[in-house]
Every structure is written in structure tokens, then in C-alpha cells.
Design a protein. Structure first.
Length: 500
């Protein structure tokens, strides 16, 4: 009997396809629901719900072909399911899971699925670019060329590789929403009710603990729903995505974003079908190039880049802390207590995370991540928080994204500068500052914006390092022109763990 093991983020058809390097047709499929996963970390309740719902939906699809085991650990579940019989599994997505599979003598690891670029292809590319730094832009161009994405012959469609300049517009003045058609919304079913009942029971028993709210499920839990969400985005929302993809509006949390990241990261969607459908929409005249390029860049560029850097940088990358940040995360942050926060941009972003387990990339980077960076919080703890609190958060996703890009803890191996700013950037890109008690142009006093003050305090704290970075030397030089710098530094020291 042939047996194939599916992890909970390998739920699409590509992971059981009987290809030349895949499991035999009709192989028995083992799925293990491990309670220890939820004991080890305090996950967002909506994330736990989505993962368990997606696993149980996949098991229902597989029917009699699946052996579904509920156990304390993967090791125990596999032993109960197959004993020491031979098992195959697709390459796991975390180092811990890969190490577990390697430690089990009866498990054969098959090549990865769920990504465009193989480990071998990335290694070959990295070998020729390591000397100049493994930068996203060069990798993205490589992927476009090698996989014939948005190409006209040997040239990029439209004559430019990068349309970011067209995709950084602030929201329309006075607009409360972008007016985009609503995203796809799945319907819950009996499996969701069963999952919610189990999570309630586990919490009452004190076996696990969660943060955040588990409202009606917002994200797909099976292949059919994921395909419907992709169609809804491509047909109705993609056209308006690009120009305002970096914008923030308090009354429009989803804007024109795809909301497909959790489906991709669960394996319900394949990146190739996502980018190919987007390109087809542009070639059919249904979406402008800037929107399609922005979406393709997110999936074929950034997502692939992050996946491969996770493996390429090695396990030691996890402990990177080049800025020496060690401050603990405050309780209001850990508890997602948005109501304790006065600063409107931070409160809105934290509330979205609390209520949905999701916020878009600028809220993650330039609001949540920037605030943590400015306060000098421990980057490992910040990374763990993002991993636990977001429905699309996995170890491979958050380690490079948060520790590398957001917290600059790797000292520039991923990015050329720290991504942080004062309140002026948030004011320009959102409607969040107008009714906030803090003023983005004030850095000292009762109405000083915590981002404006925090920005200058951060530059001062790392003046020696950042003065030698071509992209930050100018702002660092501005420190000497701040007559109120001593007062600002005292103010930020006094802030401590208090919610702004």
C-alpha cells in the first residue's frame, strides 16, 4: 500500500497529483491534526479556525482515501496511522517540519509544490548574484524571463519591469472607500460549526489559548472557494488594485487587495494559475498593466523571493539582531487591545488584526512593523507575533518578511535600508491622521505623533550605523538641526510600554 502524508498547508490538488515525482495514483493519504501546534503558540482564533476547517474540508473531499488522525503530535499521529510503513510527503514549508520528516526513517521527501521557482533554480541564480546582494528586483526580472510572465518577446510588457511609480498613489481626497466591488465571501458550513465547537471546548478545558476574534470565516477553506475568490478578484477587483495598493482608509480595510494570501499559503491555489489569470485579464483589455504588474510582482516576485531566502539564509538567520533590539512586546500589543490605543493609524490596524487576522502589506510594514522597529522591540518576538496573529502567517513567510524587511534585524541582507517613517508618510497615504489626537507634524508635546517622534528617536539610537548608509545618511544628518532633540528623547524614554 502506498501512503502519502499531507501537511495542513498542502491542501491543493498539486500535492497529491500522481506525477513522475509524486505519489502513485490512488495512494492512501494521511492527514494529522496535531494539538501540540496550538499549544506551542497562542495563535489568532480565526487562524486556528481557518487551518482546521481547511484540513477537514480536504479530508471530506478525499473521502475513503484519507486516514485522518487527531493526535497530540505529528510523530504520534503518523505512528498511529501507518506504523513504520513507508510514507512520502512533499517538501514541508518549515525547517521544523522538514527536520521532523528527515528524522523519520520511513518518510521519503518529494520535491516542493506551491511555488514557481525550484530550489535548484534559485540556487543557480543566487550563485551568480550573491556578490552584489540578493535583491528582489533582479530576482523578479529573472522569474519574469524564465517563466515568460508579462513578457513581449525578450522585453517586459509595456517596456518597463517595474510600475511601482504608478502604484503608490494616496487615496482620492475625501474618499471614505475606494468603491471597489466587495471581495469574495465564503459561506460557513457544518464543518465550520464543528471546528468552532472544538475550539470552544479546548479553550474551556484550558488546553489551548487564543487571541483575536473568530467571526464568520472570511477566507476560503477549500479549493472550490479559493478558485471562486481568485475569479472574483481577477474579474472585478484587479483593475482597481494597482494605483492605490499602498493606500490606507479607515472605512475600507480591504480596498482592492486580492485576499488570496491565505489560500496560496494553504496550498489551495497555485501561484502559476494566479499570475496567468491576471496576465490574461490584461491581454484581454480587462485590467491595466500597472495593476497586473503589481499583482504579479507580489506573487511571482516577493512571495517566491521570501520563500527561497528562508531556506537560503539558513537557520542562524532566525537569531539575527544587528540593531541589538531587546525590548519586550507590551501586553496591549500581545492582546490585540486596539481599544487601548489612541493613535488612530495604529488602533485601526490593530483592530483589523484582532477582528480578522489580516491587514494589508502597508499596514503591516509602515504601521505595525514600523512602530515595533522604532521602539526597539525584540525582533524574534515581533516575528513570532506576526506569525501567530495573521491568518496567512507561517514560519517561512514571517521570518524574512518581519525579521529581515520590517525589523532590519539582518542588517541589510534583504533590504538596503530600514523601512520606517514619521507621521507625514501615513498622513499622505491615508485618511487616518485628520481626526487623530496626534499631529503628524508634531514630534514633541502632548499632541506629538508617536511615529514622528519615534522616527527621530530611532535615527538617533542608530546614528552611527545609519550615517554610513547612502539611503539614510541624509535624514541622520537632519538630527543635528533638531533643537528639541533632547526633549524628544526624554519624551520617548518616558513613553515606555504605554499604548500611544
Amino acid at each position: 500500500m502506498s501512503v502519502h502524508w499531507l501537511f495542513g498547508d498542502q491542501l491543493g490538488p498539486a500535492f497529491t497529483a500522481p506525477e513522475s515525482d509524486g505519489p502513485p495514483p490512488g495512494a492512501t493519504v494521511v492527514m494529522i491534526e496535531s494539538r501540540s501546534v496550538f499549544r506551542r503558540r497562542r495563535f489568532h482564533r480565526a487562524k486556528a479556525h481557518l487551518i482546521l476547517s481547511a484540513m477537514r474540508h480536504r479530508a471530506a473531499e478525499l473521502g475513503d482515501r484519507v486516514v485522518y488522525v487527531k493526535a497530540d503530535s505529528y510523530r504520534e499521529g503518523l505512528r498511529r496511522a501507518v506504523g513504520r510503513s513507508p510514507v512520502t510527503v512533499r517538501h514541508p514549508t518549515s525547517r521544523a517540519a522538514a527536520a521532523l520528516a528527515a528524522s523519520l526513517g520511513n518518510v521519503t521527501v518529494l520535491p516542493q509544490r506551491g511555488f514557481l521557482v525550484s530550489r535548484e533554480e534559485f540556487s543557480a541564480w543566487a550563485a551568480t548574484h550573491e556578490h552584489a546582494g540578493l535583491r528582489l528586483e533582479q530576482f523578479y526580472r529573472h522569474v519574469r524571463r524564465e517563466h515568460d510572465l508579462l513578457m513581449d518577446g525578450g522585453e517586459p510588457a509595456g517596456g518597463r519591469w517595474n510600475l511601482d511609480h504608478d502604484n503608490r498613489q494616496p487615496p482620492p481626497r475625501g474618499a471614505r472607500t475606494l468603491g471597489a466591488p466587495a471581495p469574495y465571501r465564503p459561506r460557513e458550513d457544518d464543518i465550520d460549526s464543528e471546528v468552532r465547537h472544538d475550539l470552544d471546548r479546548w479553550e474551556r478545558a484550558g488546553d489551548v489559548s487564543f487571541v483575536g476574534r473568530d467571526g464568520p470565516r472570511l477566507f476560503p477553506a477549500d479549493r472550490r472557494q479559493a478558485l471562486a475568490a481568485l475569479r472574483r478578484f481577477v474579474d472585478h477587483r484587479l483593475a482597481g488594485f494597482g494605483a492605490h495598493e499602498d493606500a490606507m482608509l479607515a472605512g475600507d480595510p480591504f480596498l482592492s487587495h486580492s485576499l488570496l494570501s491565505s489560500s496560496l499559503n494553504l496550498g489551495l491555489l497555485d501561484p502559476a494559475e494566479c499570475v496567468e489569470q491576471a496576465e490574461a485579464a490584461w491581454r484581454a483589455g480587462k485590467a491595466p498593466l500597472n495593476s497586473v504588474e503589481g499583482f504579479v510582482r507580489q506573487i511571482a516576485g516577493w512571495r517566491e523571493y521570501v520563500w527561497h531566502l528562508y531556506w537560503h539564509f539558513g537557520e542562524d538567520y532566525r537569531t539575527s539582531n544587528e540593531l541589538g533590539h531587546t525590548a519586550p512586546l507590551p501586553s496591549w500589543w500581545n492582546e490585540l487591545d486596539a481599544d487601548a490605543v489612541t493613535a488612530r493609524c495604529l488602533s485601526v490596524a490593530l483592530r483589523q488584526v484582532r477582528d480578522t487576522g489580516w491587514a494589508h502589506h502597508i499596514q503591516r510594514l509602515m504601521v505595525l512593523g514600523s512602530y515595533a522597529l522604532q521602539r526597539g522591540w525584540d525582533p524574534a518576538a515581533v516575528t513570532d507575533w506576526f506569525h501567530r496573529s495573521f491568518v496567512d502567517g507561517y514560519d517561512w513567510v514571517m521570518l524574512p518578511n518581519v525579521l529581515g524587511m520590517s525589523q532590519y534585524a539582518d542588517g541589510g541582507r534583504m533590504t538596503t535600508k530600514p523601512y520606517t517613517s514619521g507621521g507625514a508618510y501615513i498622513d499622505r497615504m491615508s485618511d487616518l491622521c485628520g481626526s487623530c489626537r496626534y499631529r503628524p507634524d508634531r514630534r514633541v508635546g502632548d499632541d506629538a505623533c508617536p511615529f514622528s517622534a519615534g522616527y527621530w528617536a530611532f535615527l538617533h539610537r542608530h546614528r552611527g550605523r545609519l550615517a554610513h548608509n547612502a539611503r539614510t545618511a541624509g535624514p541622520v544628518g537632519g538630527l543635528d538641526r533638531l533643537a528639541d532633540l533632547p526633549e524628544l528623547l526624554r519624551q520617548e524614554d518616558d513613553r515606555g510600554e504605554t499604548a500611544p
